[in-house]
Ligand binder design. Sequence first.
Ligand SMILES: C[S@@+](CC[C@H](N)C(=O)[O-])C[C@H]1O[C@@H](n2cnc3c(N)ncnc32)[C@H](O)[C@@H]1O
Length: 284
Amino acid sequence: MLSYQHAYHAGNHADVIKHVCWVAIIEYLKNKAKPFTLFDTHAGAGLYHFDADEAQKTSEFETGIVKLNSETFSDETVTRYLELCAGYTRNRQYPGSPALAADALRSGDSLHAMELHPAESDKLTRNLTDRGEGHVHLHYRDGLEGLVAMAPPRPNRGAVLIDPSYERLEEYAEVVDAVAATLARWPQAQIMVWYPLLSARAGKKAGASEAMRNKLADLAKTAFYADLTVTEKETDTGMYGSGVCILNPSWQLDETVTAALNCLAPSLADNADATVNWLKTEPV
Ligand SMILES: C[S@@+](CC[C@H](N)C(=O)[O-])C[C@H]1O[C@@H](n2cnc3c(N)ncnc32)[C@H](O)[C@@H]1O
């Protein structure tokens, strides 16, 4: 059962933290001339319209990208993210993760974007078909299965975005299993997993993200997480923020992510708060 549609949520505060961190990872990889491969296991439709019925129903884009658009930021990563978004937002659109990656890649780099929902996959194909001279590959398939099957890429430099909708409680465990299988084949993979931060009102899913990121950290050589909360946990009806767990991060990526999130948090909400912590470091 795949009922989640990202069009209701595109451009919200959760997309902002996820996409800022994804852009930071890609820009770090671009510091070296050697080509790299990106995998986006849950790609979505790739492009969203603020005036679409779904977006108008929730107006969630107003909790994220719209708040940042009217401001100028000094942080390099936030600036780069907004630069990548600008061509879309000026047309009342928001780029999904595969569009951001496709725009940021160099001609020798590659992207594999996977989407399992048939209608979303069709939209992804329509929205990204003209991108990248042969180095953007779109797959209608299960992204976790596809990632394990395609790992490691050649050359084996690269990064992975895992961004499920967590509609089912079992998805948390499925992510851990897929990451374990991927790292067994591609130990140096840099893997970013997005997760929602859910209050007790989410029932069994409350705390599942925090438990998952601890299990993920056990699998990697090094790992840190970055959370961005936008409302108080106790008063929120559901998702009070979200975060990313980054396994095998590039050197000093934590500092870049900390600076970016601290820079944009005050613009997202009065009591927005960013936290970055290491879960696993190299033994000294
Ligand atoms: C949160 S959305 C992705 C948003 C996108 N990553 C972005 O940031 O623009 C999750 C997507 O995963 C898709 N999906 C769910 N299960 C999947 C699976 N096993 N493999 C690939 N895609 C899946 C859903 O249809 C949905 O479009």
